[in-house]
Design a protein around this ligand. Structure first.
Ligand code: FPP
Length: 280
């Protein structure tokens, strides 16, 4: 039996940890195998603007309500003992938005970090931020560093907030980090493992499940390297409407997928050895 399996069996998630559930959630939980949950869930939280527009509200009202969906998703994933959750909060492309909206989003994040610190601590959540954090305002950088320091000792789920994040920028940053370690020496070939070690997600498992709300079929420069084998779940639900039942639905759907990683179906006859393994 693998280490992971033992860990899940002894300290695995329990339904009780979720507290009272609705009838819909109970039906979904019946279908969910708690021993086969994804290790890392990544979420593109899209549709805040459209949610607000439909209600004749300013876009920022959608972002504010979206923080409640973030709260529900974070707490549920932590209680299900998912190892890592990554939320796409602000991309390198989002600087193209009006300054008022950008300022609001940054303020909302700062408020969130202050207000939700007790919830993060209670659930033993460790925070990380993925992106070019040094380009953010000094006030945001201070709050981000404080949140990481305060939660550094927690042993539960790792919550990554992608902030001023771009998948291509991340790969460029990793390559530059590798080059700067070489001090001008003639380089040996770069390996996949070495590159992965220099990504913002260093030490985390790759996402098994990528959720995108509001129906767009795009990956939007999110975790480009890490989602190589992720199962993608797109829902028409707009992010502010994404509740616990919608999250459970995504997890149930994930468990229906057959993951082959480029190989073949488990039941199919295979030659004894793979003909060739990438990188060999
Ligand atoms: C996309 O919706 C959403 C964002 C760019 C921001 C997401 C941020 C939050 C929910 C705020 C809090 C985050 C955390 C981690 C607490 P959109 O504005 O692109 O929507 P649209 O496509 O309908 O216009």
């Amino acid at each position: 039996m693998s280490q992971t399996k033992i860990h899940r069996t002894l300290n695995g998630p329990s339904l009780e940890s979720l507290g009272p559930v609705t009838a819909e959630e109970a039906r979904l939980l019946e279908k969910l195998d708690l021993t086969r949950l994804p290790r890392h869930v990544a979420v593109i939280m899209d549709g805040n603007g459209r949610w607000a527009q439909k209600r004749h509200l300013p876009r920022i009202a959608g972002h504010r309500t979206g923080t409640q969906s973030a709260r529900t998703t974070i707490e549920t994933c932590a209680r299900l003992k998912i190892e890592a959750l990554t939320l796409y909060a602000f991309s390198v492309e989002n600087w193209r938005r009006p300054k008022t909206e950008i300022d609001f989003l940054m303020q909302l994040l700062r408020e969130y970090l202050k207000k939700e610190m007790p919830l993060l601590q209670k659930n033993e959540i460790r925070m990380r931020f993925l992106g070019r954090i040094d380009e953010l305002s000094p006030a945001v950088q201070k709050d981000v560093h404080e949140a990481m320091e305060k939660t550094a000792g927690n042993k539960g789920m790792v919550l990554c907030v992608a902030l001023n994040y771009g998948g291509r920028a991340e790969i460029v940053d990793a390559m530059n980090a590798i080059l700067s370690e070489r001090n001008g020496n003639r380089p040996p070939r770069i390996t996949e493992e070495q590159l992965a070690r220099h990504l913002y997600t260093e030490g985390l498992p790759d996402p098994d499940l990528l959720i995108r709300t509001s129906g767009e079929m795009r990956v939007s420069n999110f975790l480009l390297w890490q989602i190589a084998y992720a199962e993608i779940f797109v829902t028409d639900t707009l992010w502010p409407d994404f509740n616990r039942a919608r999250l459970l639905e995504a997890l149930v759907e994930f468990q229906k997928r057959e993951r082959r990683y480029g190989g073949i179906h488990e039941g199919e006859p295979a030659s004894e050895k793979p003909a060739r393994v990438a990188g060999e």
